[in-house]
Design a protein around this ligand. Structure first.
Ligand SMILES: [Zn+2]
Length: 397
């Protein structure tokens, strides 16, 4: 979906992007968009004006279906995507994001604003997929809802019917030999593809009939890759269709894997906390440990929707970074107080990112990782109650 939206462009600044964070009253957003419709009448180009007004109209109509923003908020992309000049083809694309939207946004531009959604994708887990039968094998990755087909392995195994003149026994032997060779090649390909991804969360194997089971029994997977196999499932198809089918049939396994992974990380943290091994929690403490390059894994509660901002004085350039938990109160504070240094100008925001991005960058720059922990498990709730941010450390700081 994002790749499709990325390629769309308008003739004028007429593609409308709207991001609505969770908790917003949709009727308020609709009213704001209606006001924008009024402002849009000032647009010089007649066609651009017409397209923007129509797009806003469509969005307002769409928002009527949602009295309240969904759990993670929503993004709406709308505009004239007709390839032909002078033609109007207004299309609307609603996106319910996998993680909460943090900043409200309204923009008319030649392209849709997609960066906030692309950033979310980097936090999605990667799973390996493999479907096979005697006809061939297909290897793919699943990231969020996106499937990337990585490799096809063709089989040379003939069907059950032999050509005339060959003895049945000899044909069967040749057939088994080719099957074994095919199994081996699938194993080599799977080991290569799956071992290359550092934090692959799990692998699911599928296919019609018993081929997948006999392949699994044959020890063609390396031990490291084999331990990642979460499930073996029956599918009706192989190839790209088989991969899609495998994903549909694995929803239970994927949800379970996510919960298990989060629980496992939290057990590790809590066990270390209980036995006095290096851990820490709280935003300031974790930040200090990150700066000391001591963090192996940051555990970050998905419920924390905080931002990291840099503010600066326009006059004396005094600046500082801070974490904002309540954007509205912070904006009011900025608007009402002078620079603490020169007391002659207001401070203004010069940079704003989500705290989770900020900490991910810090962790990755020092060889660590960040894991988002939901509150779907009691361990996840515990993390939230500890302040929402914790870290497993390599050594005490
Ligand atoms: Zn100042």
């Amino acid at each position: 979906m994002l790749n499709k939206l990325k390629d769309m462009h308008g003739r004028g600044t007429e593609l409308v992007t709207v991001y609505i964070p969770p908790g917003y009253e949709i009727s308020k957003i609709s009213n704001e968009l209606k006001q924008e419709q009024g402002t849009a009448t000032n647009i010089k180009s007649k066609t651009t004006r017409k397209n923007v007004v129509s797009a806003l109209e469509r969005i307002v109509q769409h928002l009527r279906l949602h009295p309240r923003a969904p759990e993670h908020g929503m993004a709406v992309f709308c505009g004239n995507i007709s390839e032909r000049e002078g033609m109007q083809d207004i299309q609307l694309f609603p996106v319910i994001p996998p993680f909460p939207i943090t900043n409200k946004l309204y923009r008319c531009s030649q392209r849709f604003i997609l960066a906030p959604l692309f950033e979310m994708l980097q936090f999605m887990d990667t799973y390996g997929l493999l479907v096979l039968d005697r006809g061939g094998a297909t290897i793919a990755f699943l990231k969020g809802k996106r499937i990337d087909i990585i490799r096809d392995v063709k089989s040379m195994v003939p069907g059950k019917f032999r050509a005339g003149g060959q003895s049945a026994a000899r044909f069967e032997r040749a057939r088994e030999g080719l099957a074994k060779d095919f199994y081996k090649r699938v194993g080599v390909a799977a080991n290569e593809v799956f071992a290359n991804i550092k934090d692959i969360k799990g692998i699911i194997i599928g296919g019609p009939g018993p081929t997948k089971e006999s392949w699994m029994d044959g020890d063609f997977l390396s031990p490291e890759v084999r331990t990642k196999v979460l499930a073996v499932k029956d599918t009706s198809y192989t190839g790209d269709f088989g991969i899609k089918e495998l994903v549909e049939r694995s929803e239970d396994v994927l949800a379970e894997a996510e919960v298990t992974h989060e629980k496992h990380l939290m057990y590790r943290f809590l066990e270390r906390l209980g036995t006095g091994q290096p851990v820490t929690y709280g935003e300031a403490e974790v930040r200090r440990a990150l700066e000391a390059k001591a963090v192996e894994i940051v555990l970050f509660s998905e419920k924390l929707q905080w931002n990291r901002v840099t503010v600066e004085c326009g006059l004396c350039k005094f600046n500082y970074k801070g974490t904002v938990k309540d954007p509205k109160a912070f904006d009011e504070k900025l608007a009402s107080q002078n620079c603490p240094k020169c007391d002659a100008s207001r401070l203004a925001k010069i940079e704003e990112v989500t705290l989770v991005e900020d900490m991910t960058d810090l962790a990755e720059a020092t060889g660590g990782t960040l894991e988002i922990i939901s509150t779907d498990t009691s361990e996840g709730v515990q993390l939230y109650e500890l302040g929402g941010i914790a870290a497993i450390l390599r050594y005490e700081v």
